[in-house]
Ligand binder design. Structure first.
Ligand SMILES: [Cu+2]
Length: 108
């Protein structure tokens, strides 16, 4: 086996664990004072990105029930991300608008 082929093989072997980790990102849209979808089910290890698509209004994504501090508000075209490493049901709300609610279900 030539040296180039050997290095190519090593490169593939090193890449496999990253591929198996299956890092994925799911998106939740925030529009007209709603989380869309309001309920989402994802696999462990998934990152959720909330994207603010309002014209002017800021929001936050606050996992208050989990004891998190309230995060910063984010404005139109900005986003907020959180990665879920443990199975469970995680409820959240918007800080300034407590009628805006959502649920993230994390499964194995
Ligand atoms: Cu809000």
């Amino acid at each position: 086996m030539g040296r180039v082929a050997l290095f190519t093989l090593l490169g593939w072997l090193l890449a496999v664990p990253a591929l198996m980790a299956g890092e994925s990102v799911e998106q939740v849209i925030i529009k007209e004072y709603k989380f869309l979808p309001a309920e989402i089910t994802v696999k462990v290890g998934t990152t959720i990105r909330w994207l603010n698509q309002e014209k002017r209004q800021y929001h936050s994504v606050w996992f208050e029930a989990a004891g998190d501090p309230e995060p910063d508000y984010f404005f139109p075209e900005e986003s907020y991300e959180r990665t879920f490493d443990k199975p469970g049901t995680y409820t959240y709300r918007c800080g300034p608008h407590d009628y805006m609610k959502g649920v993230v279900k994390v499964v194995e």
